[in-house]
Design a protein around this ligand. Structure first.
Ligand SMILES: Nc1ncnc2c1ncn2[C@@H]1O[C@H](COP(=O)(O)OP(=O)(O)OP(=O)(O)O)[C@@H](O)[C@H]1O
Ligand SMILES: Cc1cn([C@H]2C[C@H](O)[C@@H](COP(=O)(O)O)O2)c(=O)[nH]c1=O
Length: 256
């Protein structure tokens, strides 16, 4: 007789992130998608929405990055690896703040997560070499996954980068320099290549081929479906025997 172990299914909510370059429509489309969901996820603000001086470590770290990058829209201060570690610390802090919501079974949608850190910092660490930048982005994601669990689902919104530049400029009433627009174009391509390396985690909505209604509906369905059959969320640095951060369950095979 074969005994099949019963798989523990965690009661937590899913952790979802929305990624893509500035102005591509992450906020617009996820907000539309969420309007159509009965159980509203917690929406974790993008960085640009956090300028209201909220208290807390995450805000303080972001303030330091803003100061050190002197108004650069991509928070570039000239020391990309140090900045990567601070950005990962902010995203770790973000996770800490949403554990109670995840534990209660609520979905959480992060406006940008560690994939943006991987993409932007990889471009800075390996400029002018797209293949090396992809390798570096993958390595940075690996590093990120030792700081905190990666999202269960990452929705990449992509488009013709020039369209996104136009939308971001119009929204922010600013004009990107040629260098900044080039950085966005390179980031757009790298997001797409990075997403292709992990089809299990990523869902891609390409606005060149999908209209806004269909895109919002796809995102709604992905967020809805992300809540089924979730595993536990463990501290990566504690190994597989760690208790779940949400339900407290310890894996069967783990030592007591
Ligand atoms: N389908 C659309 N129809 C009309 N306006 C749109 C559409 N998609 C996006 N926009 C507008 O384009 C601008 C950029 O979109 P949005 O703010 O969602 O981008 P984002 O990806 O969240 O960018 P960022 O990361 O820079 O905040 C916004 O003003 C938004 O309202
Ligand atoms: C999380 C994160 C963000 N950035 C950049 C990307 C944007 O240009 C700004 C503001 O972010 P928002 O989410 O669009 O408001 O910050 C980055 O370079 N690295 C990151 O990890």
């Amino acid at each position: 007789m074969t005994i099949t172990p019963v798989r523990h299914s965690c009661t937590r909510g899913p952790l979802v992130s929305a990624e893509g370059i500035n102005g591509v429509g992450k906020t617009y489309l996820t907000n539309r998608a969420v309007e159509a969901l009965d159980d509203k996820p917690l929406m974790l603000d993008e960085f640009s929405q956090r300028a209201n001086g909220r208290p807390g470590l995450g805000e303080a770290l972001l303030r330091f990055l803003r100061e050190a990058s002197a108004g650069d829209p991509f928070l570039r201060g000239g020391t990309p690896m140090a900045e990567a570690l601070v950005l990962l610390a902010i995203k770790r802090h973000d996770l800490d703040t949403v554990i109670p919501d995840l534990s209660s079974g609520r979905a959480v949608v992060e406006g940008r997560s560690v994939d943006t850190t991987a993409v932007c910092q990889a471009l800075l660490l390996r400029p002018d070499d797209p293949d090396a930048a992809l390798e570096t982005a993958t390595a940075l994601l690996e590093l990120a996954s030792s700081y905190r669990p990666l999202p269960d689902l990452t929705i990449l919104v992509t488009d013709d980068a020039s369209e996104a530049v136009v939308r971001a400029q119009r929204r922010d009433r600013r004009v990107f320099t040629t260098e900044q627009a080039t950085f966005m174009r390179e980031a757009c391509a790298l997001y797409e290549r990075l997403a292709a390396t992990d089809p299990a985690r990523y869902r891609v909505v390409d606005r060149r081929s999908v209209g806004e209604h269909e895109a919002a509906e796809q995102i709604r369905a992905w967020i809805h479906d992300a809540g089924t059959d979730l595993g536990c969320l463990r501290e990566p640095w504690q190994g597989p025997g760690a208790r779940c951060m949400c339900c407290g369950h310890r894996a069967e095979s783990a030592p007591a």
